[in-house]
Design a protein around this ligand. Structure first.
Ligand SMILES: Nc1ncnc2c1ncn2[C@@H]1O[C@H](COP(=O)(O)OP(=O)(O)OP(=O)(O)O)[C@@H](O)[C@H]1O
Ligand SMILES: [Mg+2]
Length: 380
């Protein structure tokens, strides 16, 4: 406000109601630091009647004022600009009863017919500071809890995997009849032991992977990868289960880029998950993996499609497909083993690789999941 043509008495009067009703306590002091005017909020905040403050030194209201106040004030008068204080330093207001409270202060020059004064706006920041502290505490608690969770998951997964590998190893040697012959029934039961243990192991691996991705500890190594090799590995790993179900399983090496720079293990894991699903959720027909070159987000990319002629996905289910622990048809969970982590993991890995994972599906007819990867993935 332009006050140069007014006296302090004018400012105190009804000409400047904004000052009187300002939400901050506002104190006008002269160059010697003597209080010349205070507004209504000053009375409320500090507990004084204004008559008790007029003519007093401003230090009565402001406690623990670090630095040399007088000096600051003369510097201030030499170069009068709006000057925020209390930022980065501890300033306290002092109530009439002597109790202190944290404040934020800003100073601005006030020209009047009687010369230049300083308007000091004082804001009680008790609540803000309490909220900040509470937030910091909560943040620290969250970080601790998160670290504990990561540690728990990592060590539990390790502790669980070790004995499980022993179960798998010895089941394997029994099934190979190394210790001696087996009856048909023993062989049948051992096969159940093996498939359950394999399932449990993949579950533990998924959870371990998830905890690594979420804590940012999944190390990726970007290198030139021959995509057809990775597809061939996935094909080899799953072809027997596809053929057991009587499905036509093909992996056609369509368009191939000269090279794709990506993390080989992650790519393998994503494709294995997708192809596994395609086989799992298809009773008759075919499962196909193929590749195509494309342009994605302005640069060259490779699309790897995994298509099936299976049960398909309802339009309304598409958005929760990629969420952790989501399995679409609750009645089918008995029918199809799994935890609902596969697609969540796959999409998380895809994002780490700088690509995208999308699905097109027709309920009852089949689905196509398309993994799009930039030819040169961004190392992150
Ligand atoms: N090719 C597909 N056809 C139809 N439905 C699918 C297909 N792939 C996934 N789904 C649906 O999406 C859900 C989530 O898939 P996701 O791979 O995440 O979990 P899952 O296969 O149930 O378990 P797992 O963690 O063992 O992979 C599945 O339960 C299934 O309902
Ligand atoms: Mg799956």
């Amino acid at each position: 406000m332009d006050t140069a043509a007014y006296s302090l008495a004018d400012i105190a009067g009804s000409r400047f109601p904004l000052l009187e009703y300002a939400p901050d306590a506002t104190v006008i002091v002269d160059p010697h630091g003597t209080v010349r005017l205070v507004n209504a909020q000053t009375e409320r905040l500090f507990g004084y009647y204004r008559e008790e403050l007029l003519g007093q030194r401003v230090e009565r209201l402001i406690a623990r004022y670090h630095g040399n106040q007088f000096e600051e004030r003369s510097v201030y008068f030499a170069d009068p600009q709006v000057l925020p204080m209390g930022v980065g330093r501890e300033l306290y207001g002092r109530h009439k009863d002597g109790s202190e409270f944290p404040v934020e202060i800003s100073l601005s020059p006030l020209s009047t017919t009687e010369g230049t004064f300083v308007a000091i706006a004082i804001r009680d920041v008790t609540e803000r500071i309490a909220t900040q502290q509470r937030l910091q505490e909560l943040n620290a608690q969250l970080e601790n809890a998160n670290r504990a969770k990561d540690h728990f998951l990592a060590s539990m997964s390790h502790e669980l995997r070790t004995p499980l590998n022993a179960v798998l190893g010895f089941t394997g040697t029994l099934l190979m009849r190394l210790p001696g012959p087996l009856t048909n029934e023993q062989e049948r039961q051992l096969q159940i032991v093996r498939s359950s243990a394999t399932h449990l192991l993949s579950l533990i691996n998924d959870i371990l992977d998830l905890s690594k991705i979420e804590s940012g500890k999944r190390d990726l190594s970007f290198e030139p990868v021959r995509v057809e090799e990775v597809i061939a590995e996935v094909y080899a790993a799953l072809s027997s289960s596809a053929h057991d179900k009587g499905l036509a399983f093909t992996a056609s090496a369509g368009a191939q880029p000269a090279e794709l720079v990506t993390d080989r293990r992650a790519l393998h894991q994503i494709l294995l998950n997708l192809a596994n699903n395609a086989i799992k959720y298809t009773q008759t027909g075919s499962v196909r993996i193929d590749t195509a070159l494309a342009t994605w987000q302005g640069s060259s990319a490779l699309e790897i499609g995994v298509s099936d002629t299976g049960i398909g996905i309802k339009e309304s289910d598409l958005k929760r497909l990629f969420e952790a622990f989501e399995q679409l048809d609750p009645t089918s969970t008995r029918r199809f083993e799994g935890t609902g982590l596969g697609l969540y993991l796959s999409r998380s890995l895809t994002l780490l690789l700088g690509g995208s994972l999308n699905v097109v599906s027709e309920f009852g007819a089949g689905s196509t999941f398309t993994l799009t990867l930039p030819l040169v993935g961004r190392p992150s």
